[in-house]
Design a protein around this ligand. Structure first.
Ligand code: BYC
Length: 320
């Protein structure tokens, strides 16, 4: 556990670094480290984003965990298990990065378990068939990579370094999902229909994953100035769409977007209107699986109490 002291400037460091001076360091591409002076709002923004990101990795294990005992072969099961274990690891790196900003892991857990903390909207959708595991890897992890590669250059050192390792693992996750989709798309007509159905259900929620459009994004301006965000929500969504259209064509599947069109002038694909009312509903806790996900996490936390107690008792004995 980090103590508050870790977050105070080292002796000799400037505790009173003004906002302008801090911005000058950011503009010069300096990496901000835990002991550096930083504006309270920069710290709060990072804590918000990194803890939400950590919670997303942890809650993100549930939709896939639903299929572990029903994977179609031993090989698929082993791959899925490895992917889900990676996600637990990502959660841990991210909680550790957030702790360097002065919040304890217990406080972050409490916020999640009490329903006060956000996690990615995408994990509030159900996994109804095995093809959903393919669609999650291909699309959800594909969207995650798009969003997370620029975060490897985030101005806050511990977050940027955690993202480098996470992105390497996400790349394997994306490929395993696309491989499932390819197998199904080239399988029997029933398997291909299952892949199409999964794509139909995950396409729009995945476009929403990137967050509100730029004009409605509350944090983007400041986070871009602080070089936490390097590419805007809409620009990342566009990069994702351009990649997904080609990948869907290769699979022989169609995107459930009647207004999808290629804009020859810009060289980009354009999607139809996103249902932002649905996005807001999911964020407000009223998505298809919000209650189920939170209840599963609360149950797991309660059932894990003995592990935490045993670890604490072991540590106390070791210290004595
Ligand atoms: N879901 O001003 P904005 C994974 C919120 S894990 C929920 O644009 P910002 C994986 C936003 O928090 C992937 N909430 O915010 C794991 C804010 O609310 P608050 C998770 C969302 O922060 C397991 C409000 O809307 N990735 O890939 O500048 C298995 C206004 O938004 C969402 C990350 O967490 C959403 N989709 O930009 C498989 C990446 N979008 O806090 C895969 C790190 C927006 O004011 N995070 N909101 O109450 C980010 O890059 C940024 O935080 C976001 C949002 C782009 C998500």
């Amino acid at each position: 556990m980090y103590t508050q002291a870790l977050n105070e400037p080292e002796s000799g460091a400037r505790a009173d670094l003004g906002d302008q001076e801090f911005q000058a360091r950011i503009d010069a591409e300096a990496r901000i480290e835990p002991r550096d002076a930083m504006p309270a709002a920069y710290r709060a923004t990072l804590l918000r984003q990194i803890s939400q990101h950590a919670h997303s990795e942890i809650i993100g294990m549930y939709p896939e965990g639903n299929w572990l005992t029903r994977a179609p072969s031993l090989k698929r099961k082993a791959i899925l298990l490895a992917k889900i274990q990676d996600e637990a690891g990502h959660g841990l790196y991210l909680y550790a990065a957030a702790e360097t900003l002065g919040k304890s892991r217990e406080e972050m857990f409490d916020a999640l378990l009490a329903g006060r903390a956000k996690y990615s909207s995408i994990f509030n959708y159900p996994t109804l068939t095995w093809a959903d595991i393919g669609a999650i890897g291909w699309l959800v992890d594909g969207a995650a990579i798009m969003n997370q590669i620029p975060l490897c250059r985030c101005s806050y050192g511990p977050y940027a370094r955690a993202m480098i390792r996470i992105c390497k693992e996400e790349s394997f996750h994306q490929r395993q999902g696309y491989d499932i989709m390819l197998t199904l798309a080239r399988g029997t007509p029933e398997q291909k229909a299952m892949a199409q159905d999964a794509l139909d259900r995950w396409y729009w929620p995945c476009l929403m994953m990137f967050g509100p459009s730029d004009q409605d994004s509350t944090h983007s301006d400041q986070s871009t100035k602080w070089k936490i965000k390097r590419i805007s929500n809409d620009a990342l969504r566009q990069k994702f769409l351009d990649a997904v259209v080609v990948q869907a064509q290769y699979l022989g599947l169609s995107l459930p977007d009647p207004e999808l069109r290629f804009d020859a002038e810009s060289g980009h694909w354009r999607h139809g209107p996103i249902d932002w009312a649905e996005f807001r509903r999911v964020l407000a806790g009223d998505g298809p699986c919000n209650r189920e996900r939170l209840a599963a996490r609360q149950r797991a936390h309660e059932e894990g109490a003995w592990v935490r107690e045993a670890a604490a008792a072991h540590e106390a004995r070791r210290a004595a």
